[in-house]
Every structure is written in structure tokens, then in C-alpha cells.
Design a protein around this ligand. Structure first.
Ligand code: UTP
Length: 276
């Protein structure tokens, strides 16, 4: 059973400067909800109740968000504005939060390794909140992956078909399809040039990892961009046949880029118009 979800949220978010100078990227809202809250809700929907967040300097707003604001609660209690707090109250009621800080931003692999102290020796999920996913017929991407874990009991990366010219933005996998939407991964490359990409299947910000990943990460040298890459560590597992890629059902927005963020905002606004 997977109970814990790790959220690496220590990055600088330079593509969103100046907005991210004092506000964590993960707290930027799509409509009225911060990206990180969407991620936490997806984890709750997948049955996970322990949220482990890797933060860094200047990220204190994250801890305040997943806490009670007594003054605010007191002010709006019993007024017609109280319903605005309904969703975040429900989140706080359903799960626990723990935090650790990444002191130096040495990459996603390093951020995940920093989270070991919160995860311990058990399989866990990872959500990158800046990849915002909408569910498919009520099934969130992480829920789909948790179900798949019950069958394969190995690390899982969510993958999506991308235009080849975008390969430089992603980790790209290669392997053999063992089900319609499941690939046994044999190879993966971080941010390859289009001519070097082994396929058009790119890893997005949803993972399920088995805990041996921590020891592998400890021995993983800095890779692309001088950062410790989760892709390099996963490759070691893949070589033992212990990684699968899952072509998830649903929609994903790269909210770490301005284009993706604007698309997500338009999409969720249109969706809320239909629902209300
Ligand atoms: P990104 O590379 O998209 O985030 O990392 P970034 O570095 O904050 O963004 P830019 O490129 O400067 O605009 C993906 C995820 O990994 C986390 C980020 O917070 C983000 O959620 N991350 C990345 C860390 O927690 N620590 C790191 O050292 C690097």
C-alpha cells in the first residue's frame, strides 16, 4: 500500500520571475487554488494521506497554506464568505503534512533524496505540482498509477507522447509495450536533443518509486545541467527491468512554463463555467 506522497517544491521557479521572487512557484494559483493544492487533492483522491513536502528558502507560504489561519477563520466564521475556505479545510482534515528543506538546489533527484527522511523505507508517490493534471472520468493520474503499482510492484513513471522538437524539456523513455498503455522501460535519457531521443514518450511529473531509489540516488553523480537527475537513478532500476512507463489517461499542463500556465487557467475556467 502506498500512503505517502512526496512533493519536491524547492526549485527557484526562474521562468516565473518576478512573480516567484517572494512567492513559491507551487503557490501560484490556477483560478483560486494554488498548484500545490491541486497536487495534494490528487494524492488524497489516490488514497494517500501523508504529504511530505521538500521546501527551501522563501517557501514558508506553503506551510501556512496547509495550516489553520485562526484570525481569518474567526473573521469569516458564520458569514456568507465561509464557503470560500471549504476546500482547503477539507484537505487539512484528510491528511497530515511534514516538511524538510533542501539546502542547495542540486536538482530533482537531489530533492527526492532530501525527502528520504520523511518517507523512510516504503514505496511512495511523487508529484511535481507544476505539472497540473486533470482527471479522466473521475480517475486522477496518481490513482491510475497506484492501481498499476498493485499489479507490477515496481517504480512507475507517467509518460505522454510529445512532439519530437520538445524532447529537450523532458526525460524520454524507450522500452517494450507489455499492455496497451504500459511500457517495460529499458532505457531513458534526460533532456535529449530530438535526434538523440529514443522515442516520443516523455516523463511527466508523476512517479511511484520503490525505496531502493534512495540508495541509488546517493550514488548518482550529477548529470545533465550539473544536477542530480532522477532519470539517471531510474535508469539503474530500469536496467533490472524494474521500471514501467504508463501512458496515463487525462490532461496535463506544464504550469512551470507561462504558456502551459495560461492554457491551464483557460481550461479550468471553462470547466468551472460548465460545472456552475
Ligand atoms: P523545475 O526545473 O521545473 O523547477 O523542477 P524550477 O527549477 O523551480 O523551475 P525553473 O526552471 O527555474 O523555472 C521540477 C520540480 O522539481 C522541484 C521544483 O520545485 C519543481 O517542483 N525541484 C527542482 C526541487 O525541489 N529542487 C531542485 O533542486 C530542483
Amino acid at each position: 500500500m502506498i500512503k505517502k506522497c512526496l512533493f519536491p517544491a524547492a526549485g527557484y521557479g526562474t521562468r516565473f520571475l518576478p512573480a516567484t521572487k517572494a512567492i513559491p512557484k507551487e503557490m501560484l494559483p490556477v483560478l483560486t487554488k494554488p498548484l500545490l493544492q491541486y497536487g495534494v487533492e490528487e494524492a488524497i483522491d489516490a488514497g494517500l494521506t501523508t504529504m511530505a513536502i521538500v521546501t527551501g528558502r522563501g517557501k514558508r507560504a506553503i506551510e501556512d497554506h496547509f495550516d489553520i489561519s485562526y484570525e481569518l477563520e474567526h473573521q469569516i466564521q458564520g458569514t456568507d464568505k465561509e464557503h470560500y475556505l471549504k476546500e482547503i479545510r477539507a484537505v487539512i482534515d484528510k491528511c497530515t503534512f511534514s516538511y524538510t528543506r533542501q539546502i542547495e538546489m542540486k536538482g530533482l533527484g537531489h530533492a527526492i533524496l532530501t525527502g528520504e527522511t520523511l518517507i523512510g523505507n516504503e514505496p511512495f508517490a511523487v508529484i511535481l505540482a507544476d505539472d497540473l493534471c486533470d482527471n479522466h472520468e473521475g480517475h486522477g493520474v496518481l490513482l491510475q498509477m497506484v492501481k498499476l503499482y498493485e499489479k507490477y510492484k515496481c517504480s512507475i513513471v507517467a509518460v505522454e507522447e510529445i512532439p519530437m522538437q520538445d524532447s529537450k524539456k523532458y526525460g524520454v523513455i524507450a522500452g517494450e509495450f507489455i499492455e496497451d498503455d504500459v511500457v517495460r522501460v529499458s532505457h531513458m535519457v534526460e533532456k535529449p536533443a530530438p535526434e538523440d531521443a529514443p522515442s516520443n514518450l516523455a516523463i511527466i511529473g508523476r512517479y511511484i518509486l520503490t525505496p531502493d531509489i534512495f540508495e541509488i540516488l546517493q550514488n548518482t553523480a550529477p548529470g545533465k545541467g550539473g544536477e542530480i537527475q532522477i532519470t539517471d537513478a531510474l535508469l539503474a532500476q530500469a536496467k533490472q527491468g524494474k521500471v514501467i512507463g504508463y501512458k496515463f489517461k487525462g490532461k496535463r499542463f506544464d504550469c512551470g512554463s507561462v504558456d502551459g500556465f495560461v492554457s491551464a487557467t483557460n481550461y479550468f475556467y471553462a470547466k468551472s463555467e460548465i460545472e456552475n
